[in-house]
Ligand binder design. Structure first.
Ligand SMILES: NC(=O)c1ccc[n+]([C@@H]2O[C@H](COP(=O)([O-])OP(=O)(O)OC[C@H]3O[C@@H](n4cnc5c(N)ncnc54)[C@H](O)[C@@H]3O)[C@@H](O)[C@H]2O)c1
Length: 346
């Protein structure tokens, strides 16, 4: 196969800062086209990155550019329609996270990928981070025994996106959880081996997002803030494991932190930074790696290589669409549980 022809759908922040540079750095890729209905954004990105094909409508790009793959970088509401349209035209899809607004859309995307025998993968780029790859290796070796508890914290003291449509529920599907918490949720599920979730109980809050406040990313649109700024959830899995999860965009805590801590029958493991703790020789001990593969400063590079490799060699991408759907199933159950005021059975 000659070079893989890639197109970009949506030329905003994540396209400019991650996907376009990462795909252009890949020697097996021709990044031939981009689409965005906002002419100024399209022109700016086209000129900055030297992209020849420019389309206001992604349908026209799909029809004209003979693409092997597209990267969907639109607000969440447009993920499913763009992905399904591309898949139905025989184009492989890397869709930004979250996969979709809800599980119905996610399942329709998977059905389109299956019907057309095309790749559908999702931008959970933490999978390409060195501590996550190392943690997966350690856990899969059996070092922790049966992992029965995982604690996930994705806490921003203040970090509400002030650009785009991130605070609009009808466009993004939610706030802190669907936007930010999904990365650590996906990582924790992956490290657990994606056991089936059977029950979700959650609360959410909207206390800080609806008023003006300090924010390192600038003042967000608090007048139109229709999403949650914090979530707490408890998830039970079919294999007996449990997850305690908390995430926030804004919360009165001493510091922002992202941590995933797993506890097994033989040992425990913290992912960021990587540390294994256990009891041995009559002592409580821990070990940390003295050397690890240097963390790629831009995980988009590994993510792009994974997608291109799957297209070129017919392989399986790192993030399976079914795994991304599990994240969407849990996020949806979190929102339903918080609204209903009781646990949701899956
Ligand atoms: N993986 C990550 O860590 C990460 C980080 C940031 C954003 N994201 C995801 O990337 C997506 C985009 O986020 P962003 O920060 O780039 O947002 P953004 O608002 O900066 O950019 C979105 C772009 O999509 C364009 N767009 C809207 N409708 C479109 C359509 N129908 N066809 C083509 N383009 C369209 C908009 O004009 C805009 O240029 C979101 O789903 C977000 O969750 C992921």
């Amino acid at each position: 196969m000659s070079k893989v022809r890639i197109g970009i759908v949506g030329t905003g922040g994540i396209a400019r800062n991650r996907h376009i540079p990462s795909f252009q750095a890949n020697p097996d890729v021709d990044l031939v086209a981009a689409s965005d209905p906002v002419a100024a954004s399209l022109a700016e990105v086209g000129n900055q990155f030297g992209i020849a094909g420019r389309y206001s409508d992604y349908e026209e790009m799909f029809a004209k550019e003979q693409l092997d793959g597209v990267v969907i970088c639109t607000p969440n509401k447009f993920h499913a329609p763009a992905a399904i349209s591309a898949l139905n035209k025989g184009i492989n899809v890397l869709c930004e996270k979250p996969m979709a607004l809800d599980p119905v859309e996610g399942r329709a995307m998977i059905a389109a990928a299956k019907a057309n025998h095309k790749i559908l993968t999702v931008g959970f780029h933490y999978r390409h981070r060195t501590p996550v790859k190392a943690a997966k290796q350690i856990i899969d070796s059996g070092e922790l025994g049966h992992v029965y508890m995982v604690r996930v914290n994705a806490l921003r003291r203040r970090g509400i996106p002030s650009w785009g449509s991130f605070v609009h529920k009808h466009i993004q599907g939610g706030g802190a959880m669907i936007d930010f918490g999904v990365h650590t949720l996906d990582t924790a599920l992956y490290l657990l081996g994606n056991p089936k979730p059977i029950e979700v109980s959650a609360t959410l809050s909207q206390h800080l997002g609806t008023k003006p406040n300090v924010n390192p990313w600038g003042q967000w649109n608090y007048q139109e803030f229709t999403v949650e700024d914090q979530v707490a959830a408890f998830v039970r899995f079919e294999n007996g494991a449990s997850m305690l999860l908390e995430c926030s965009w804004a919360l009165n805590v001493p510091e922002s932190k992202e941590t995933i801590s797993l506890s097994g029958t033989e040992a425990g493991l913290d992912v960021f930074p990587l540390k294994v703790n256990k009891a041995q020789h009559g002592m409580l001990t821990h070990w940390v790696p003295d050397w690890m593969e240097k963390e790629n400063e831009e995980p988009g590079i590994g993510q792009a290589a994974d997608f291109v490799n799957a297209i070129k060699n017919g392989g399986t991408p790192n993030v399976l669409a079914e795994q991304a759907l599990q994240v969407t199933d849990i996020v949806d159950a979190i929102y339903r549980s918080a609204a209903a005021g009781h646990a949701i059975t899956l």
